[in-house]
Design a protein around this ligand. Structure first.
Ligand code: ADP
Ligand code: TPW
Ligand code: MG
Length: 590
């Protein structure tokens, strides 16, 4: 229970005369209730958080008011859960924390949401403004608004109960309109017990109308893009997670299929069209990127994940040289174009509207047969090579032999969510496990951040209401491992598979000085992670063969019980940093 007992009158803004007289006469409403009603009014039905001063009662009252309150063991996981709920639903995910340390624990997730264009609102209680601003040493003193600002798309503070409606409305609009992002909402402790006339209070709440308005692209911009595509000999479509977020699946599929253009999905765009689609060029990625002459980017940025649109990946001679491609970029942010290389045809608007406009004008645009054949030829050869690797059955398991099982499971259960983090555990899963439905693959995103695993898994189960399969590196799992208690407490259908190679990237590193301390990259050998799940009443399994792994996952999917499968992988099976070894300064020199 919050210790804030101060009367509202001491801190509330002087109220209009009418409000004061009503207040004497009628029912009162306090800040707690106004926050809850403002959220409910805007369709927020779930809150992820961790209680304590000054928001303990907010979590209680929210639950009492019918909101689903999912309480975590660490705010970072609650924050990641909120952010991915935002990605899945286009509604801002709400994370609720206490002041200073709780706020800071949630802040990483807020920054990550902004970086990934996920709509999220971090609501943190804060200490007494007057004391904080004079730096007099309040309980959990911190100028949270100032700290959140550079990491959030927007940041607001509400001081008076009658402004709660506006504060929540502004936070929602900022989170979901235009390019989505993380928003910080600062609610000082004194706000919650402030009471005002109930009728006036309720009237001050805002139900946000059209929070993410459609943004129709300019006709000349669409024509410019279509002209480029029409002239292309080797066109390519690149789908990013913005395209997944936009939920324009049918239009995107129609454009891809009508034009016959090969496409590449970025990691979280996998499944917008099934990865098994004949036009999917994932298996020929290193062929199509340098070869393509016109590239249509849909909700994907030319950041590091796409080698900044230049260098050898794109057919440039040196690491900084541009290839010869022309780019069309569909994005809601007008400042995204030209961030790395020239965008010849920016199409600014929401993806649904932009793709619909492109589709409408696309008559006569057809990927040349010669190009399609070349892509398919390359694909065929790479798929055969991969099939050979997947067929191997070494002991201990390799990433391939274990993930071959996961590949089959996902194929048989296309509605399940796949959460994925790690280095090798991430990169191999992305390339081996086909996705069949949009927004089912939830992973480390733009930062490659470790720690999203259990938060994402909880949100996927709670909001997506489907079975979740989390494929985790053993290091990656450790960042949020305590949340297995959360998974058990809410009895969620989450099956965690730890690709256990005893360490970060590999488990066979030695202390270079020869001392007793282990290498910084390795963990306790043969750790029994499955017992962690058993400690809270879930199911733990220790598996060493693909057959055992398959049986354990099947059982988890059948029973829907919280399950942790400790899959033993060869210690030396991974490579440093997985697929991004070249970004590692020391490794690059080797
Ligand atoms: P990926 O990592 O999959 O390549 P990014 O996160 O880099 O994807 O890019 C997503 C892009 O999608 C961002 O530039 C963002 O502005 C854009 N975006 C997000 N939502 C929409 C939308 N509804 N309409 C148009 N663009 C969007
Ligand atoms: C918040 C750096 C990238 S990948 C990784 C770390 C620590 C773990 C790799 O080991 P894991 O996977 O998960 O066992 P595998 O299969 O290769 O053995 N801190 C944060 N984010 C990142 N990305 C790191 C550190 C890192
Ligand atoms: Mg590992």
């Amino acid at each position: 229970m919050a210790t804030v007992t101060e009367s509202a009158a001491a801190s509330a803004k002087p109220q209009p005369a009418q409000a004061a007289s009503n207040a004497q006469a009628g029912e009162q409403i306090d800040g707690f209730q106004l926050v809850i009603e403002a959220l409910k009014l805007n369709g927020i039905d779930t809150v992820f958080g961790l209680p304590g001063i000054p928001i303990t009662d907010l979590t209680r009252k929210a639950q009492a008011a019918g909101l689903r309150v999912i309480s975590f063991r660490h705010e970072q996981s609650a924050g990641y859960a909120a952010s991915i709920a935002g990605f899945m639903t286009q509604k801002p995910g709400v994370c609720l924390t206490v002041s200073a340390p709780g706020f800071l624990n949630g802040l990483t997730a807020l920054a990550n949401a902004t970086t990934n264009c996920f709509p999220m609102i971090l609501v943190s209680g804060s200490s007494e403004r007057e004391v904080v601003d004079l730096q007099q040493g309040d309980y959990e003193e911190m100028d949270q608004l100032a700290i959140a600002k550079p990491l959030a798309k927007a940041a607001f503070r509400v001081l008076h109960a009658e402004d709660i409606g506006v504060g929540v409305a502004r936070a929602i609009r900022a989170a979901v309109s235009g390019r989505p992002g993380g928003v910080y909402l600062d609610l000082p402790a004194k706000l919650f017990p402030q009471s005002i006339d109930a009728e006036l209070g309720r009237k001050s709440l805002i139900k946000v109308v059209d929070p993410a308005p459609r943004q129709i692209p300019a006709q000349d911009a669409v024509k410019r893009a279509l002209d480029l595509l029409r002239g292309a000999k080797k066109p390519l479509i690149l789908l990013g997670k913005g395209a997944a977020y936009a939920q324009a699946d049918a239009q995107i599929r129609a454009l891809v299929e009508k034009t016959g253009i090969p496409y590449l999905p970025m990691s979280m765009a996998k499944g917008i069209l099934p990865d098994t689609h004949p036009q999917c060029a994932s298996a020929a990625r290193s062929f199509v990127l340098p070869e393509a002459d016109v590239v249509l980017l849909v909700g994907a940025r030319l950041n590091w994940l796409l080698s900044h649109g230049k260098g050898k990946t794109w057919g440039g001679k040196g690491s900084k040289d541009w290839g010869g491609q022309k780019f069309v970029q569909v994005d809601i942010s007008p400042t995204e174009a030209d961030s790395n290389v020239r965008i010849d045809a920016p199409v600014v608007g929401d993806i649904g509207s932009c793709v619909a406009a492109l589709l409408e004008g696309s008559d006569g645009i057809k990927a040349p047969a010669e190009w399609v054949a070349a892509v398919n030829d390359k694909k065929g050869r790479n798929v055969a090579k991969m099939a050979e690797k997947l067929g191997e059955n070494p002991a201990p398991m390799s990433f391939h032999s274990a993930l071959n099982v996961v590949r089959d499971v996902v194929k048989a259960n296309p509605d399940a969510y796949l959460v994925n983090e790690g280095a090798n555990a991430l990169d191999f899963t992305r390339s081996i496990v086909d996705m069949y439905k949009p927004r089912k693959r939830l992973d480390v995103g733009t930062w490659g951040v470790m720690g999203i695993g259990m938060g994402f898994a909880v949100a996927a189960a709670v909001v997506g209401k489907q079975q979740v399969l989390a494929i985790e590196g053993d290091s990656a799992f450790g960042f949020s491992g305590m949340e297995v208690e959360t998974i058990c407490r809410y009895d969620l259908p989450v099956c965690v598979v730890i690709m256990n190679n005893n360490g970060v990237y590999r488990g066979d590193e030695k202390n270079p000085a020869g001392g007793a301390d282990p290498s910084p990259l390795v963990f306790v050998k043969d750790a029994r992670y499955e017992k962690l799940m058993e400690a809270f009443g879930g199911v733990g399994r220790h598996v060493t063969t693909p057959q055992e792994l398959r049986a354990a996952i099947d059982e988890a999917f059948r029973t829907k019980r919280p399950t942790l499968i400790n899959a033993v992988i060869a210690e030396g099976a991974g490579t440093e940093s997985g697929r991004i070894t070249a970004l590692n300064p020391t490794a690059a020199k080797k």
